[in-house]
Design a protein. Structure first.
Length: 92
């Protein structure tokens, strides 16, 4: 669902909740965080996703779309020195 009204409404929600959109740089930072703090001890894709969403809340970042969550989680597995399958992340 996307359109001018939806974008305006989402911007209003972000402003009200004092959240910001997830930039490309923040996505890289989230990927590095997951690689350093989560990927080596957590193999469940759902748990990695929950850790990502918790980190977004802690940093006041609007949660990424499900597809972007998968990409960040998959990138995290690659950054940790293994492939996505080895880390239990679905391949994109």
């Amino acid at each position: 669902m996307d359109g001018p009204h939806v974008r305006v409404h989402r911007a209003q929600i972000r402003e009200h909740l004092v959240f910001r959109e997830c930039s490309a740089a923040e996505a890289e930072t989230l990927t590095a965080y997951l690689a350093e703090h989560v990927a080596h001890k957590e193999r469940s894709p759902e748990q990695v996703r929950l850790e990502l969403l918790a980190r977004c809340r802690a940093e006041s970042i609007e949660p990424p779309t499900p597809g972007r969550c998968d990409r960040i989680s998959t990138d995290d597995a690659g950054s940790a020195g293994g492939d996505a399958e080895a880390a239990g992340c679905p391949s994109a």
